[in-house]
Write a protein that binds this ligand. Structure first.
Ligand code: SF4
Ligand code: SF4
Length: 352
């Protein structure tokens, strides 16, 4: 596997992207606590070694989550990364959380698109000279699958950026869970939270959707109103991906791992049985082409019986619609092509 990773990176042209002494962000997902499907650190070491060989200065990175969990601030996030084996001994690179201690270290990038005129990206990713976007390809309940586009769009966004992709509605406070401690009020930058009958309440007319209150609440009383319109979600996610691609023009490469292809995101605190057998690893400079090729390779497989696949087990049947029948995963690829992020047509070159 290690030899193949080196050959793959070489063939994909990584040497023309990373220059000597460049700070190179390697965007990964360290896995939520309890998840075991994330990419094995030892494979990341092969990528890190390759970047070091080019004279680059690589670091592993991800952004804090919108929801409350083990990765919603940098202290717990780094701790879980270390627990999952992403330490210097195994990977030979430091871990830097791209949007900082509490998910507020962000940089605004201007774009011209339907939903957003600017996107909020973790500053360490924007400030890096080059980006290697390493994605675990798997199912996802909102976008059908999660690959390079999702790792760019959602994975590189700050907490406020994630909030803007997920919903247009302010968070709300569950009165039964609120103890009235006032911490959320201290943190709110626009004083949108006030006491109503001794419990905190958010004024949606003032709230700017920064998402700070979600993680500061010790009771988990601040709830996100998730947008369930998956078409809108995918378009917003792709517009965020556009911001990163624009910022890292010609300094960006994608690696998709088609291994442990779980039905759900690595954000889940568990990993279900793979829906198809392991396929391999893909690399490309085009995030649309690599995701299209990854989806086609997964769909070509025989689906695993007794997995989360409800239907479409036969080769060349749509595995992602077999998992999430109401989600049209092609929306993200169509829209990304329309925004000229990349092309759905590809040539698959086998590296052995
Ligand atoms: S999301 Fe931000 S602006 Fe809105 S209530 Fe929470 S802290 Fe205040
Ligand atoms: S931080 Fe949480 S528990 Fe404290 S007042 Fe705000 S919502 Fe209530």
């Amino acid at each position: 596997m290690s030899d193949k990773i080196s050959a793959l990176l070489h063939k994909a042209g990584i040497a023309s992207i990373i220059r000597r002494n460049e700070l190179t962000a390697v965007k990964v997902h360290f896995g939520e606590k309890g998840n075991t499907a994330f990419i094995r650190p030892i494979f990341l070491r092969d990528i890190i070694n390759f970047i070091n060989g080019l004279g680059g200065k690589p670091f592993l990175t991800d952004t804090n989550t919108l929801y409350r969990g083990e990765r919603s601030e940098a202290v717990s996030h780094v701790a879980i990364a270390l627990l999952h084996g992403f330490n210097f001994t195994a990977v030979a690179a430091p871990v830097i959380i791209a949007d900082g201690l509490r998910g507020t270290d962000e940089t605004s990038i201007s774009i011209q698109a339907k939903h957003f005129s600017g996107v909020l990206i973790g500053s360490a990713i924007i400030n890096a000279d080059s980006l290697v976007c390493v994605s675990h390809f798997k199912g996802h309940e909102l976008s059908g699958f999660g690959g390079a586009l999702k790792n760019l769009g959602m994975g590189c966004a700050s907490r406020e950026g994630k909030m803007k992709q997920h919903t247009d509605i302010s968070p709300a406070i569950e009165r039964n869970d609120c103890t009235g401690c006032g911490r959320c009020m201290e943190q709110c930058p626009v004083q949108a939270i006030a006491y109503v009958r001794k419990k905190a309440a958010i004024n949606a007319g003032i709230c700017i959707g920064c998402a700070k209150c979600i993680t500061v609440c010790p009771q988990g009383a601040v709830k996100i109103s998730w947008d369930e319109n998956n078409r809108l979600f995918q378009e917003k996610m792709v517009e965020y991906a556009l911001g990163v691609v624009q910022n890292k023009k010609n300094k960006l490469i994608f690696v998709n791992f088609l291994t442990d292809i779980s039905p759900q995101c690595d954000c889940y605190g568990h990993a279900d049985q793979s829906i198809v057998p392991d396929i391999g690893i893909l690399a490309s400079t085009d995030p649309v082409a690599i995701d299209q090729a990854s989806a086609d390779l997964v769909n070509a497989q025989q689906g695993a019986m007794h997995s989360a696949l409800m239907k479409h087990h036969k080769p060349h049947q749509d595995k992602f619609r077999g998992l999430y029948p109401s989600v049209d995963w092609e929306v993200q690829l169509d829209y990304a092509e329309k925004l000229r992020i990349g092309a759905r047509r590809y040539t698959l070159i086998r590296v052995s």
